[in-house]
Design a binder for this molecule. Structure first.
Ligand SMILES: Cc1cc2nc3c(=O)[nH]c(=O)nc-3n(C[C@H](O)[C@H](O)[C@H](O)COP(=O)(O)OP(=O)(O)OC[C@H]3O[C@@H](n4cnc5c(N)ncnc54)[C@H](O)[C@@H]3O)c2cc1C
Length: 460
């Protein structure tokens, strides 16, 4: 470690960057600066206003309600989790325009989920291959033909919902072995409208003047020797003029922003998304990243989902309903795919924003992968009309109105995110993610130990 108070720059004010900055402060690092490209904090934990309410355009579920999950602990500490709404009931509709018995559908759904969430290890198989094989075994064991058809169509629904969970377009691209790298931290819980408070909590004690917005980083020179004028209470800016010898400090890192600003540091933590790394890693770092890191960035997939918020004057669903699922009776587990020509077939899952007293009448339609990419290019009117016809067909209800307002997320087109979340493709070992998280130590100052940050990676 340096003999002076080390300066650390965190790139990205999403939850990883803000959590890193908060932890550093807790450990006594006082010279921490966060650089954020966009004009707001939070990254993929984001809100927008629809009508009079705030909705989560990014994360809204806590995956793991146990003390092992730091997100859960933070929200619990704040008392926010007391406001969690009841999930509501599940409603299933068929493309023949009638309601499907929810108990039957739920039982079939649970059987399908048990298969698709199998924790394979070193099988080398795709999720699609495994799902088709194992669901076929179940279907073959049934005597009744109607039951076989019903099971197949619900299994297909499970497969399509999984594409949304993963953000992928094809179950055959996802590694079956992925699940072994997930830590089971308990049930998931939906915290609609509350997730952004996580960002506020992370920011609570962080000095506002050390969070610099609209600072898109264009270059990270991480293995140099850069000089700066004597210390000040503000981020260290590069100095080109020669300062008197004894006052000159050397910094191994120089971060160059798009606006020309240069900031020097002892350490840098990079928390930008895998989508951004895929697009920029080869030009962002000077010297370039080691080949093994670049290979991991290339191998991992960065998926996408769209959340389509539909606000209605009146609810056309029953008061207790929490989710609406649309089943195509001819679908089978092997037919699960995304076809842009039939994009509506992949808008089969809607959740209701509850409670009604807080959100009014809002549905969220979800879609995965390349369907989400397509929906991002459509106009609100096109989406709204198509979804209304779609719902009319399934609910057998010609009076379903157009939503009074609509909001569609555009994560793939977001220049500073470029998708939603990462997944592991077939043939890639999940341990490669650790390679990405490994800190780098520069050759100019090899005596200085690198700080380590788990969910991101640090260059020095
Ligand atoms: C639609 C959606 C739904 C999700 N649902 C859930 C969920 O329910 N539960 C859950 O746990 N997770 C969910 N996630 C995932 C979760 O939101 C992310 O894993 C998490 O927010 C990622 O945080 P991060 O800080 O690592 O990255 P990001 O949030 O991507 O933050 C990176 C930051 O870096 C900034 N940046 C990028 N490039 C530069 C640059 N060159 N210079 C400076 N700054 C830059 C970006 O603007 C951004 O603010 C969801 C994500 C999405 C998009």
């Amino acid at each position: 470690m340096t003999d002076r108070n080390p300066s650390v720059v965190v790139i990205g004010a999403g939850v990883a960057g803000l959590a890193a900055a908060k932890k550093l402060k807790e450990y006594g690092f006082n010279d921490v600066t966060v650089l954020e490209a966009s004009e707001k904090v939070g990254g993929r934990v984001a809100t927008a206003t629809l009508g009079n309410v705030c909705v989560d355009t990014g994360a809204q579920y806590i995956h793991g309600t146990s003390e092992k999950n730091p997100v859960y602990c933070l929200l619990k500490k704040s008392g926010l989790l007391n406001q969690i709404p009841e999930m509501g009931t599940e409603a299933f509709y068929s493309d023949k325009g009638h309601k499907v018995d929810a108990n039957v559908a739920r039982r079939a759904y649970e059987a399908g989920e048990g298969i698709i969430r199998y924790r394979g290890s070193n099988t080398g198989k795709s999720l699609g291959e495994h799902f088709a094989e194992k669901t076929q075994d179940v279907i073959d064991s049934l005597q009744d033909n109607d039951m076989k058809t019903r099971m197949q169509s619900v299994f297909a629904l499970v497969g399509k919902d999984m594409l949304i969970d993963v953000g992928a377009s094809n179950l055959h691209r996802i590694s079956l072995d992925s699940w072994q790298y997930y830590i089971d931290m308990g049930d998931s819980v939906n915290v609609p409208g509350l997730m952004f408070q996580l960002v506020d909590m992370l920011l609570e004690d962080f000095p506002k003047d050390r969070l610099l917005l609209k600072r898109e980083v264009s270059k990270i020179k991480w293995d140099g020797s850069f000089s700066v004028s004597p210390p000040r209470d503000e981020p260290l800016h590069a100095h080109t003029e020669s300062a008197s010898e004894e006052k000159v400090r050397q910094y191994p890192v120089c971060i160059v922003c798009e606006n020309g600003e240069e900031i020097l540091a002892d350490h840098v933590i990079v928390t930008i998304s895998l989508g951004c790394l895929k697009a920029q890693a080869s030009s962002l770092f000077i010297p370039g990243l080691p080949t093994e890191k670049i290979e991991v960035i290339n191998k991992l997939c960065f998926g996408n989902i769209a959340k389509i918020f539909l606000e209605y004057e009146e609810a056309f669903w029953e008061n207790d309903v929490g989710t609406i699922s649309l089943i195509y009776e001819d679908d089978t587990p092997t037919s699960v795919s995304t076809d842009k020509m039939q994009w509506l077939k992949n808008i089969q899952y809607f959740s209701v924003l509850r409670p009604k007293e807080r959100f009014g009448n809002i549905l969220i339609g979800w879609c995965p992968g390349n369907i989400a990419d397509l929906v991002e290019t459509m106009t609100d009117d096109e989406i709204s009309t198509a979804i209304t016809d779609h719902l009319k067909m399934f609910l057998g209800h010609s009076n379903i109105p157009q939503p009074k307002s609509i909001l569609c997320t555009k994560w793939r087109s977001n220049k500073f995110i470029k998708g939603t979340y990462a997944y592991l493709p077939v043939g890639v070992d999940g341990q490669v993610m650790d390679i990405l998280a490994q800190p780098l130590v520069g050759s100019q100052h090899p005596d200085q130990a690198a700080l380590h940050q788990d969910s991101s990676f640090m260059y020095k």
